[in-house]
Design a binder for this molecule. Structure first.
Ligand SMILES: [Zn+2]
Length: 258
């Protein structure tokens, strides 16, 4: 599979009708018995969180709690589309409790740009939050118990294939190789030895990070310091066809959940 060669200096591929995607998400959530919470409204746009509790468990305390977010960058359409596909297909492990935030930056999607309406990159706003979107998201997160792991769905317009960042400070059993193996079946993996200025191996970046040394926290830094001790930022290559990228992200999430 070849790159499309469309992305010069930024993302120049397909865009999505965000209102239609949000409507379809709501329909799928209702159809499958998920609860919906709105954590922010911006004009007519609603920012939803969908919640799925495992009904069959005798002891709800034993559920594995998983956090999945998408759409923090408004020029990465495969991420909310993957959230929609996951919700429509509704195949989840029996003991899993899922919080799914399918679009953290709907205004950015309406503008087809990475940032919000004020030009703030929300994914650099989690240490001293300025944007209403980030503040509302953090306020919601503060009300949540700990998660077993997080998955943040993204795209990268420059990459040669799918790759991921792993945060695993306690050395838990890694899900990274499993995710890459699953994605390989549906989408090229970026095998570069350096991705985004960091050493990479087989599409996996394991950055050695001290969030306290960095002022501009991405969502993942907030999550790893406050809400989960393991997590993955999943990056689909946005110079490939949109269905391939959606399938890559869906395959990655499924592999992590299995
Ligand atoms: Zn992104």
């Amino acid at each position: 599979m070849q790159k499309l060669g469309k992305n010069h200096g930024g993302y120049h591929g397909e865009t999505i009708d965000l209102r239609a995607v949000l409507r379809d998400l709501k329909i799928a959530a209702q159809a499958h018995g998920w609860t919906t919470e709105i954590f922010l409204e911006h004009g007519e746009l609603k920012f939803p969180v969908f919640h799925h509790a495992p009904s069959a468990l005798r002891n709800p305390q034993s559920a594995v709690r998983i956090y999945i977010s998408a759409g923090i960058h408004g020029d990465e359409p495969a991420a909310p589309l993957a959230a929609l596909k996951l919700l429509q297909e509704n195949r989840w492990p029996a003991g899993a409790e899922i919080c799914l935030l399918p679009c953290l930056n709907p205004v950015g999607f309406q503008l087809n740009r990475r940032e919000n309406a004020d030009g703030i990159d929300l994914n650099r706003d989690y240490r001293n939050p300025q944007a209403a979107e980030t503040r509302a998201h953090i306020a919601w997160l503060e009300r949540q118990p700990q998660f077993n792991f997080y998955l943040c769905l993204h795209e990268d317009w420059e990459s040669h294939g799918f790759y991921l960042y792993e945060q695993n400070p306690d050395g838990k059993i890694s899900l990274a190789e499993k995710i890459i193996e699953a994605v390989k079946q549906v989408c090229p993996v970026d095998l570069s030895e350096n991705i985004e200025g960091r050493p990479a191996h087989g599409g996996i970046i394991r950055p050695i990070l001290n969030p306290l040394e960095r002022p501009d926290w991405p969502e993942a830094f907030y999550l790893i310091t406050q809400k989960a001790r393991q997590g993955y930022t999943l990056e689909a290559p946005s110079d490939f066809p949109l269905p391939t990228r959606v399938n890559a992200l869906v395959a990655a999430v499924r592999a992590a959940l299995d």
